[in-house]
Design a protein around this ligand. Structure first.
Ligand code: 13P
Length: 249
């Protein structure tokens, strides 16, 4: 049985005072939440969030990492640094990184490998744009994004990773994939992995992301191949995020 995971991606939001208030409200409201929970703040707040979450059971993640281990890469942050600050997870290949920062499949696969090399659990984000969906390319786009990583690291590496399906057209738009639309892509992702290794596929957690709210979370999380969520906007409001966590029970 796969334990559900609900991860909050704060994106470029946060400030010291608001972070402390949000985390205090989360920590005070965990009763009745039985899923695994993680939050991914911006880099400068990792230290603050790590100390506020110490021994809490809420895991810490980062939003990206460098594919390089060390050296002259101005502005970059390595996986080893994230480990030092208590991170367990790191997002890799978020669609905003792909679209706004020109991260391609090869770089994303390298970041995935760098994360695992230092013991971080990558959360590999996959998803199609609206134009791709309208052209009937959803399955081929997502399969190619996944294949780029599988080709680089091998299927066994997915035993220590999480996948997140985030249709680009559903991110921050209020448009959510219907539970049926999401489930069919999740099932396709799992079968692609199962064709290489059934055990890895059946243990793999595949999260859904894209305008998940308290109101739609339970139905999404009730689908056979949806193992939790990657939450953007609703992760910034404690009561909304907690309601989504409870929906994962
Ligand atoms: P929203 O929940 O704001 O649509 O964002 C989803 C997302 O991009 C999480 O990584």
């Amino acid at each position: 049985m796969r334990k559900k995971l609900v991860a909050g991606n704060w994106k470029m939001n946060g400030a010291r005072e608001g972070n402390a208030a949000l985390l205090a409200a989360l920590l005070g409201g965990l009763d009745g939440c039985h899923c695994e929970i993680a939050v991914c703040p911006p880099f400068p707040y990792l230290s603050q969030v790590a100390s506020l979450l110490a021994d809490s059971g809420i895991a810490l993640g980062a939003q990206t990492l460098s594919e390089h281990a060390v050296g002259a890469y101005t502005g970059e942050v390595s996986g080893a640094m994230l480990v030092e600050f208590g991170c367990r997870y790191v997002l890799v290949g978020h669609s905003e990184r792909r679209a706004l920062f020109a991260e391609g499949d090869a770089q994303i696969a390298a970041k995935f490998a760098s994360a695992q090399a230092v013991g971080l659990m990558p959360v590999l984000c996959l998803g199609e744009t609206l134009a791709q969906r309208e052209c009937g390319e959803t399955f081929s786009v997502v399969a190619a994004q996944l294949a780029a990583v599988l080709d680089r690291v091998g299927v066994k590496a997915l035993a220590s990773a999480v996948v997140a399906y985030e249709p680009v057209w559903a991110i921050g738009t209020g448009l959510t994939a219907t539970p049926g639309q999401a489930q069919e892509v999740h099932a396709a992702i799992r079968s692609q992995v199962a064709a290489l290794d059934c055990d890895v596929a059946s243990g793999l957690r595949i999260l859904y992301g894209g305008s998940v709210k308290a109101q739609n979370a339970a139905e999404l999380f009730g689908q056979a191949d949806i193992d939790g969520g990657l939450i953007g906007g609703a992760a910034l409001v404690a009561e909304d995020f907690l309601a989504i966590c409870r929906a994962a029970n």
